[in-house]
Ligand binder design. Structure first.
Ligand SMILES: Cc1ncc(COP(=O)(O)O)c(C=O)c1O
Length: 378
């Protein structure tokens, strides 16, 4: 059997990793400014994470959701405290798409409606309604396209109002900072306006924090800067630092009932152990503050480079916009300078999503490489 060939691959084979570095099979050290799609939050192979997961798997790796699992209770408690969302309830699953799928399904159960409102350039994952709410027709199969989704431009409040007024929409799903789309963010006034319209016309406000959550922006959640109270918050990626886990935080006015949602693997013992370790390290090592501090340093250095036309994003969810496509630059950064960065829907944007443990000295390495490469390409 061979692999189903859906991923264009770089010719690099990582075999180990430590904090912000990845090492390949030839012993080459790479600086990871991409965190494997914004997944690595507390750094690769963090000792607390490794120890806790090792200990847990040697005791009990998995049992189904039909027994008591105190680790889930502890995860809900600790996540509530660190995020400031103590009053919410937690449902655990395995990925970002699954989190959004459950969020949309729950919104539909709760409101009895079936239309979704999403934003242009959005990315919410590849399961059925999550991909239907993703603004990329290339990854929407005819089966997924049966969902009724309206797309409006991020920032167009009157378009949101015109659709919600019809009272057929169960949920508005929004990435407060678009990730795959290219780091666009709108005003607090806009997001608050959307939330108000949701409340007025009986739709739920879903904050997709799969990429922007878990401290990446310097706040626990990106929406917090806009003083929003979402009905549902979806999380994944940084939540498990590479261990597959996702979840939705559900406002207490949405009621649970037995069987409403469910999963075999979601919230298993090993996943909880990974997620608890992440929260412990974020708090102990003050990684949200580090995200803010390093971001400030990064932005300062980026604005000194004339080829950088715009610095986008917040915290350690950043993008450098050039006036040329960055694909070749990105390749050179990896192959010549051994620095991983990311791409987005915007071909001119270099995405920076490092582990939240990153230090100024690593940022210096990146800018040295970038400056050299920009000079070489002149
Ligand atoms: C904002 C956002 N939502 C959802 C997803 C889907 O997450 P997953 O790939 O874990 O299904 C992603 C993945 O990139 C994302 O960036």
């Amino acid at each position: 059997m061979k692999l189903f060939n859906v991923y264009p691959l770089f010719d690099i084979t990582p075999v180990s990793a430590k904090d912000v570095h990845v090492y390949d099979d030839k012993g080459i050290e790479y600086l990871d400014l991409y965190g494997g799609h914004a997944v690595i939050s507390i750094g690769h192979s963090h000792p607390t994470y490794v120890k806790n997961i090792n200990e847990q798997v040697s005791k009990l790796g998995f049992y189904s959701n039909s027994i008591q699992n105190p680790l889930q209770e502890l995860l809900a408690k600790n996540l509530g405290v660190l995020s400031g969302c103590e009053t919410y309830d937690l449902f655990l699953c395995n990925s970002g798409a699954e989190a959004n799928e459950n969020a949309l399904k729950l919104a539909s159960f709760h409101t009895g409606k079936k239309k979704i409102l999403a934003f242009q350039n959005s990315f919410h994952g590849r399961t059925s309604s999550a991909v239907a709410a993703t603004d990329n027709s290339k990854i929407v199969a005819p089966l997924n396209a049966q969902h009724q989704v309206d797309f409006v431009a991020l920032g167009d409040l009157s378009a949101v109002a015109a659709i919600l007024k019809q009272e057929e929409t169960c949920a508005v799903i929004v990435e407060c900072i678009q990730g795959v789309g290219g780091l666009d963010e709108n005003s607090s006034e806009f997001y608050q306006g959307v939330a108000k319209l949701c409340a007025q016309y009986g739709a739920l406000f879903i904050a997709d924090e799969v990429q922007s959550g878990y401290g990446r922006t310097g706040d626990f959640f990106a929406f917090q800067k806009h003083h929003l109270v979402p009905d549902i918050i979806s999380v994944a990626k940084g939540m498990g630092n590479g261990f597959p886990i996702g979840g939705i935080l559900i406002h207490p006015r949405i009621e649970a009932s037995y069987g409403l949602l469910g999963t075999t693997f979601g919230g298993n013992h090993l996943a909880c152990s990974a997620a608890l370790s992440v929260l412990e390290v974020i708090e102990k090592e003050k990684l949200m503050k580090n995200a803010s501090d390093i971001s400030e340093y990064f932005v300062k250095r980026a604005t000194q480079i004339s080829e950088v036309k715009k610095v986008k994003g917040r915290g350690l969810m950043l993008g450098l916009e050039f006036d040329f496509p960055v694909a070749a630059l990105r390749k050179q950064l990896i192959n010549t300078h051994h620095v991983f960065t990311g791409s987005s829907n915007n071909p001119n944007l270099l995405r920076i999503l490092p582990p939240l443990t990153i230090q100024k000295k690593h940022i210096d390495v990146f800018f040295e490489a970038l400056t050299k490469e920009l000079k070489n390409s002149l």
